[in-house]
Every structure is written in C-alpha cells, then in structure tokens.
Design a protein around this ligand. Structure first.
Ligand code: CU
Length: 355
C-alpha cells in the first residue's frame, strides 16, 4: 500500500507525507483522482468512437429519437452517486478527525501579519518569528489570528491549510512524523510580499525538543525587552504581558483575579468552566469564547450579570487579546496555593485517627 502511495505521490508531484494527517488526505486524494481519471478517459474515448460511429453519412440525415431504459438511467445516476457518497463519508471522517485536536496537544499561538509568521508558546515559553520548533510524534495545536488581513497557514508536507483571520481565532493541529525542516507558506493573497511570506517548521525528536525548550526558557530570563513595531513586545512570558494589558485596559476594575465576583465574573478558574448564559444556554469557556467576550461582550451575556462590559473591538491588537487569553488561562486555584493555609498545616500535623 505504501509503495503504491509513493508511486502516486511521484506521479502527482506531491511532496512527501510528513504528518499523521497527510496519509489519509493523500489516500482520499488518490482514490478520487484515480476514479475520475478512469471515468474521464472512458468518457473521452467513447466520445471519440461516437464521433465516427454516428457521423453524418448523407445530407439531411435525421437523428433518431433515443429513449434510454430505466435500468440504464439507474446505472448512470447510481454509479457516480455511489462514488460521491463514498468520498463524502471518507472525507467527513477525516474532517472530523482533523478538526478535533487531541487533548494532550502542545499549544502554540500563531500571529500572522504582513508578511511574517510569529509564534509564541503558552505559559512562560519563548516567542519566535518565522521559525516554529515542534516535537516529532506529538500533537501540536496552533491557535491562530492575524493582525491585519486574512492570511492562510499552509504546510504542504503536512497537508494542512487553515485561514488566519483578524479579530478571531482559528485553530489547526498536526502531528509531524519525521524530524526535519518544512516550509510554511501563506496561501491567501495578502499584499505585495505575499509570495515571500515564508516560514519554517523545525521538527525535532521529542527529547531534543524538550532540551531546546529548557534552553529557550533559561535564555529568556536574561533577554531584554526591546520593544518593536508591535508596541511593547512580549519577550519572556506572554502571561506577564497579558497581566500588564489587563491592568492597562482596566479589565481588573470589573473582574477579580481571586474568585470573588465583582461587576463582572471572576477570572479565577474561568478557563475550561461551563458558563451559564442569560439566554439559558451553556458554553464551555475556551480560547474562542474568551476572545469573543472581549470583542463582542453583548453577544453572550453571563447569567446574573448586567451587559455593562464595553467592547474592546479595535482597542486590543491580536497579540494583546492572545496574551489576555493566556493570562486568564493561567489563573487557576492550584497555582495560587503555593503556601498551604494555616488550617491545612494544623490538619496535617494532627495525629492519624486510631483504628
Ligand atoms: Cu499572508
């Protein structure tokens, strides 16, 4: 099967398949293209034969009326329909798989702008322009947004392509199967240097990647904030940057960080929670919901609160919104309890109950 796959890949001039997703995508591609090639060859040849067979043999020859049998009609409609449905079922299965990133995926934020790709790792991970380091054989989820116009994140070797939009998040994921360097292209025409909006994914063996990450974090502590054309840059911790934005934008006037509800709901343990809305619906608080809440606060009102939150549409740059999301995600009860409470200390000092 793989030998056949390779032959097809060579025939179609496709790059090697270097992600888990590339294999089913290619298989479906080969299946569709083989069937359509055979069908169009047969159709073409038949047309050719018919040109001769049914050519005008004498002047003013009339065309006989042909009434095809019902059986013939069934075959002509049924066979293509069968293949279309088969492709749909297979394609839908692959689509569902592709749009459901595994829970244990490593998250990387991707910010597109004319004409570059910026990457930042959640938590206290590093940032990079143009080059994305990822581990091999582990799932990686990309949460992507654009600072200006629509771009599209395309990695031919992985067979993934996802539009990147200003003002909202899109996501994609992949699991690279072989260490190496792979090209990232922008596949949505975005201006003068669209064709040079390149990037590179460096896939490293797992342990090597882990070491790389440790080195990056160590190096970051020593790095200086240099600023840049994006306003304050967030070298170092995206979480810290998010906190700064929350202070500067006055979010904390209405949102507490310690679990107490205020004018708005607290941000502690907000991420991942099931939120009940004024409309009676429930939503899971994820990255998209958090971003929407800032851009369009009137869209989904949390039950028990007044719709007083101002919109931050146009007031937050995409990386700022991303940093706020990371900051909110970092606010977990277990992160706060670095020092055990007095009660907990007394409790643990008590002698164990006798049997
Ligand atoms: Cu672009």
């Amino acid at each position: 099967m793989t030998a056949l796959d390779d032959l097809m890949r060579r025939l179609l001039w496709l790059p090697d398949a270097r992600s888990t997703f590339a294999v089913p995508v290619d298989r479906l591609h080969f299946f569709v293209i083989t069937v359509t090639m055979i069908a169009s060859t047969i159709t073409g040849l038949l047309a050719f034969v018919f040109f001769f067979k049914y050519r005008e043999r004498r002047p003013k020859q009339s065309t006989p009326v042909v009434v095809p049998s019902v059986k013939f009609e069934f075959v002509v409609i049924g066979v293509p329909l069968f293949f279309f449905l088969l492709w749909f079922v297979q394609g839908f299965k692959d689509y569902v798989w592709y749009t459901t990133p595994p829970k244990n995926a490593t998250d990387v934020y991707v910010m597109a702008k004319k004409w570059m790709w910026k990457f930042s790792y959640g938590g206290d991970g590093p940032n990079a322009i143009g080059t994305l380091h990822v581990p091999a054989n582990r799932p990686v989820r990309l949460l992507m947004t654009s600072r200006d116009v629509i771009h599209s994140f395309f990695v031919p070797d992985f067979r993934i392509k996802q539009d990147v939009l200003p003002g909202r998040y899109t996501e994609t994921w992949f699991e690279a199967t072989k260490p190496g360097r792979y090209q990232i292209l922008c596949s949505q025409y975005c201006g003068t240097w669209h064709s040079q909006m390149w990037g590179e994914i460096v896939v490293m063996p797992g342990p090597e990647y882990d070491q790389w990450m440790i080195d990056q974090k160590r190096g970051l502590a020593a790095r200086v904030d240099t600023g840049g054309d994006d306003g304050p840059s967030f070298h170092g911790s995206i979480v810290e940057y998010g906190k700064k934005i929350a202070m500067a934008q006055g979010c904390v006037k209405c949102h507490s960080l310690d679990g107490e509800p205020h004018i708005g709901p607290t941000w502690l343990d907000l991420y991942g929670k099931l939120e009940v809305l004024e409309s009676g619906e429930t939503v899971t608080v994820d990255e998209a919901y958090l971003t929407d809440s800032m851009i369009d606060p009137r869209g989904k009102i949390v039950k028990g609160y007044k719709p007083v939150m101002p919109t931050y549409k146009g007031r937050l740059a995409a990386p700022e919104a991303a940093a706020l999301v990371e900051f909110i995600k970092s606010l977990r009860t277990q992160n706060l309890e670095t020092v055990p409470s007095k009660e907990a200390i007394y409790e643990s000092a008590k002698p164990a109950p006798r049997k």
